[in-house]
Write a protein that binds this ligand. Structure first.
Ligand SMILES: [Zn+2]
Length: 395
């Protein structure tokens, strides 16, 4: 009897598409990725996500065709790191794959993953002179069935790329359907970005991954400065970028860009009618960032008519919400801006009385119900992704 393995079988596809079967036990999933440019559909691009999934299932990994030697070595180093972070969840496994002969190096571009968020804009603006391509992926934070929301975001990303003088690479992938949502996606989303970039090796020498964490707040995560570079190949390197700046500092940099002030996309809700709701914690947090940066009057990306009132209606209940609230108080106190109304609103929000907490909870529930109704109203147009993401449900 053959022991169970996790197997990757690369499938033939036309130039702009890539696909592979991931199978274990009696399960077979086909992952498909496509783009508006040609893709290099080698087994190398499937190694990062397959490694994470095989580790999660504690199964030896077999790959049916050759892989880049550097990525293979890196995958084994990545295993050690991931296992040290999450020993109960990610197990060290054997990778059965043959290293190929690397293709000769050639001069290509530098890409930057670009969702339109603050981390993306910071990295794109900071590295603008060397970046040639922005990479926008449909299937990561915007679900594939959210066509209307995606098209609206795509318009903004195309305008952004044009204004910044960069080529926009538009990618579509169903990888999350196989990898999984929630915690599974947290573990594997860095490997999913590596998958996309390795497919783009004919166009890119390196891919910038905008940091989602600040140097003082680095924790084990699926995208991490010690992990992401390990997925590099002999022809493409990964650079984890922007760790030196906290969110307030990133906003200060983004506030110097008219493009960012117009096209920033941060909202939790993924509504198809507007990019940012202006009422959720992340929208309010970012509007506060821009007010501290002195850019409120030019910041059209997020609709907030009364920011002070909006702050009082956010619960700031989760740890990361409290963290960013405290970060904004520090940023305002350390800035040369005199904004007592904003400072008072932020400080009050960080130490509310029982009645203030109750009012914030009521408003938060009202906003939640309102957004849910709006998203249900958009259901006929296939735009439930915001609701699914907010509820943490699998699509
Ligand atoms: Zn929002």
């Amino acid at each position: 009897m053959t022991a169970e393995t996790f197997t990757v079988n690369v499938l033939d596809r036309p130039d702009h598409e890539a696909a592979a079967e991931f199978s274990w036990g009696d399960k077979i999933y086909t992952i498909e990725t496509s783009a508006n440019v040609t893709l290099r559909n080698t087994a190398t691009a499937w190694l990062p996500p397959a490694t994470i999934m095989a580790m999660k299932k504690d199964l030896p990994l077999h790959i049916d065709s050759t892989v880049d030697p550097k990525t293979l070595k890196g995958a084994n180093e990545a295993q050690q790191l991931l296992h040290s972070w999450w020993p109960e969840e990610l197990h060290e496994i054997n990778i059965d794959a043959t290293a190929n002969t690397p293709s000769p190096k050639s001069s290509r571009g530098i890409g930057c993953f670009f969702s339109g968020g603050l981390d993306s804009f910071y990295s794109a603006i900071t590295n603008a002179p060397k970046i040639t391509h922005l990479i926008f992926v449909h299937g990561f934070d915007i679900f594939l069935n959210s066509t209307e929301h995606y098209n609206s975001a795509l318009d903004a990303m195309r305008a952004t790329a044009e204004e910044m003088g960069k080529t926009l690479i538009e990618v579509r992938t169903n990888i999350v359907h196989t990898v999984g949502h929630g915690r599974d996606w947290m573990l594997a989303h860095g490997a999913a970005m590596a998958h996309v970039a390795l497919l783009l090796s004919d166009h890119l020498n390196s891919a910038i991954i905008p940091a989602s964490h600040y140097v003082d707040n680095i924790v084990p995560h699926g995208s991490h400065p010690d992990l992401d570079p390990l997925w590099s190949s002999t022809s493409l390197s990964f650079v984890y970028d922007g760790i030196e700046a906290n969110r307030a500092e990133k906003a200060l940099r983004a506030s110097t860009s008219r493009t960012a002030l117009k096209h920033l996309r941060v909202c939790f809700w993924n509504r198809s009618d507007i990019q940012n709701c202006g009422e959720c914690e992340k929208c309010v947090r970012t509007a506060v960032n821009m007010r501290i940066a002195g850019a409120s009057d030019k910041f059209t990306a997020i609709p907030t008519t009364d920011l002070i009132k909006s702050i009082s209606r956010v619960e700031f209940k989760r740890d990361n919400e409290k963290y960013f609230l405290a970060e904004n108080i520090r940023a305002l106190e350390q800035s040369d801006r005199a904004d007592p109304d904003l400072l008072n609103a932020l400080v009050t929000a960080s130490s509310r009385s029982t009645s203030q907490k109750a009012r914030a909870l009521l408003w938060s529930n009202y906003i939640y119900a309102k957004m849910t109704c709006i998203l249900i109203g958009q259901k006929s147009r296939g735009s439930l992704s915001g609701l699914h993401q907010r509820l943490g449900k699998v699509q």
